[in-house]
Design a protein around this ligand. Sequence first.
Ligand code: SF4
Length: 496
Amino acid sequence: MSQRASDAGTPLLQVEGLVKHYPVTAGVFSREVARVRAVDGVSFEIAPGETLGLVGESGCGKTTVGRTLLRLEEPTAGRVLFDGKDLATLPRAELRAVRRSLQMIFQDPMSSLNPRMTIRDIIAEPLYVHRIARGEALDARVVDLLEKVGLPGAWRNRYPHEFSGGQRQRVGVARALALGPKLIVCDEAVSALDVSVQAQVLNLLIDLREELGLSYLFISHDLSVVRHVSDRIAVMYLGQIVEVAPAARLFEAPAHPYTRALLSAIPVPDPTRRAQRIVLEGDVPSPMHPPPGCRFHTRCPAVMDRCRRDVPPPVELPGGHVVSCFLADATPQDGDWKRATEERRISAEAARAKERQAELQLGGPSRSLASEGLGSENLAEPSTPAWVARSFPVALVAALLGLVLLGWPGSREARAIQQHAGLERELRGFAEATGALPEGLRELGWRLQEVFEDGKPVDPWGQPWEYTQGEGGFSLLSFGPDGVAGGGDDIRGAGG
Ligand code: SF4
């Protein structure tokens, strides 16, 4: 999958079919018995001044990509072109000169700084090695770099343990900037920091990018962080890139089921909103034995027969969006992906139930009946899925707890107020998206699911919410416990 940089000019970095396999050996003669396919055919580009975010679960190969780019690991195959030069084949002497333009910020600022060296020596080391400065000029450059990352130059004779985590990472940034790089690989650069310190370091990286025209490859497992800094985001799964898109587009209309599952795991900072988490079943397969066909098929909620057989080709969607999934074309581009994913999951669940039924009737495994189109004609009578049976005791306890809490006098009112706030929010969201308020609450569609468990706009006393809309806005009314409009127990509100 070639992932083009958004910039029309010559890319600063071009990665083509990058492969990194680690041999697994055994026996007296260290015979190779298997291979860990850490990176398996990764391609992307980064334009000058651009930040590409690289995200994925732990162990998906994103750090190996970063290290292989800098030739901290030797690539097994593929090309890495930096400023038109192939780093993978460059002789050591030439590579050393190019390395000035390519730097890395590591995850753990404590272990990446030598505890026996002062901050001055740590930052001065690359300047010294590359013979860029000596004596007073070297000292002045260190002070300048420290001040650039927001640390007083007077602290240069301190040791790493005398700094906080955020300050140590600033030292790491200063060291990366020492040789005037064009591209910095940030490998989980803020993951080890507190949230408030993360924001400071991220803002520092953004400011430096603007000031010095830097490009970043920003590797992280945290999608919120990546969104904050990236122009484009590439999503990796089991050694391959499965989706790449401009950051805003990826969050609005993710097209790959894996990306959707990752996005659904981001916490919603709103207690009145019900998170619609897509929980992936099973573990990530071993990179020693990646599944055939689509590598995600063992966990995909929308898996089809062909996914187990064929490798999905990259599909180009509008807006520089590239996805490797057979269903990419069918993905709605209106941002209504949660509903679409849920529909696909239900269809796939039904198809699998049908398959299991057929197996039981035949007394053994049968040919897979999972449909390729996942259309309504393939829906079977749903049977109880295994996970429902497994989680039944937990669900029962949760339901009993919920009954106790919700049945308690007064808690229904709290629930109604919560529903009211949620409805108000979804009505505003609907009006923003369509330019008009809905005729009735039913028109909110999947948005109702965000507020009501079953999508029915019924208040905690079993009465439907009263909704009226006019030119000035809308009003919402719950009759309250007495079920009569006009009582002092009504819960009402309006918005526009
Ligand atoms: Fe799921 Fe098939 Fe798409 Fe892979 S190709 S992500 S298994 S639907």
